[in-house]
Design a binder for this molecule. Structure first.
Ligand code: ZN
Length: 285
């Protein structure tokens, strides 16, 4: 990788339930701007089942739901098949920190979330705020201070409105716009704090309104098709034309940070998103 494109950290933002066609339909300016300067596909696939818990577990393990075992949004103890190497643990072993910021949870689940966070090796896990913008605000100090490793944010607005009122409804539009504004906030913070060495990955965990107007758990393309945008350090502007899966994100995060990917990971590195396809040579941890 050329010297100016060294990637020290990845900021990964999950836009829960954001359908790719919402970006144009609702003029999500910040998403569109990021997509325009990034390496982008509006035709990627999420995992099956296309539900948040399964997709988040896939992002944190590199495994499809059939292997990591989180196969529904209802709480259950996952039954995993084969080795699991959680992404934050892999990064910790390489000397890199990981943080995650999600919305507030009921007390019972907050305790559980902390347990899961510890289990997968997250150094910092914050559950605070009802909206995307509040979650960005809770992440601000970390976005300013954490110069290396991985920072994950999850935003609930569009998904929540989609379940209540249907995907692509007016309230869903408002939720999508709220996430777009939060993306503006996030990009503003990143541009003031190390834009040159930050890789930004924005994606949805699933779509919605496919088989059922106010849900997303089916194999319908509207439920399974997601946007994936890579932008910032090292990225070459363009369209990711080939098949791209949510499962390609974890190996790409590791590759970008110069960390060896465990063989258990199922996806591939999205090398076509980067100006040079050589893995980064890590000079110092
Ligand atoms: Zn949902």
């Amino acid at each position: 990788m050329n010297g100016s494109a060294a990637i020290d950290r990845v900021v990964l933002v999950v836009l829960d339930g954001l359908r790719p066609d919402a970006v144009d339909a609702f003029r999500l300016d910040h998403v569109a701007e990021l997509a325009g300067r990034g390496a982008t596909t509006f035709n990627a696939r999420t995992v099956t089942p296309s539900v948040t818990a399964a997709a988040m577990a896939s992002l944190f393990t590199g495994l499809a739901p059939a292997r990591h075992g989180v196969v529904s949004d209802r709480f259950h103890v996952p039954r995993r098949r084969g080795p699991v190497d959680p992404l934050p643990r892999v990064l910790t072993a390489a000397g890199l920190p990981s943080s995650a910021f999600v919305g507030s949870l009921p007390a019972l689940y907050a305790g559980l979330a902390r347990q899961i966070a510890r289990h997968i090796g997250l150094g910092r896990a914050v559950c605070s705020g009802e909206t995307a913008r509040a979650i960005v605000a809770s992440a601000r100090p970390t976005l300013v201070q954490q110069e290396h490793g991985l920072i994950v944010l999850h935003w609930p607005d569009a998904d929540r409105a989609g379940h209540e009122h249907g995907w692509m409804s007016r309230p869903y539009e408002a939720g999508a716009r709220a996430m777009d504004q939060a993306l503006g906030d996030l990009l503003g913070i990143v541009s003031r704090t190390g834009e040159d060495n930050t890789l930004i990955i924005a994606l949805a965990d699933h779509g919605g309104g496919g088989a059922v107007a106010n849900d997303h758990d089916s194999v319908h393309p509207a439920d399974q098709t997601i946007p994936i945008i890579l932008a910032g350090a090292g990225v070459e502007t363009g369209v990711l034309a080939g098949p791209v899966s949510l499962l390609d994100v974890p190996p790409t995060v590791l590759w970008a940070l110069g960390v060896t990917c465990p063989p258990s990971y199922e996806g591939r590195v999205l090398t076509e998103a980067f100006a040079t396809a050589e893995p980064r040579v890590v000079v110092a941890a």
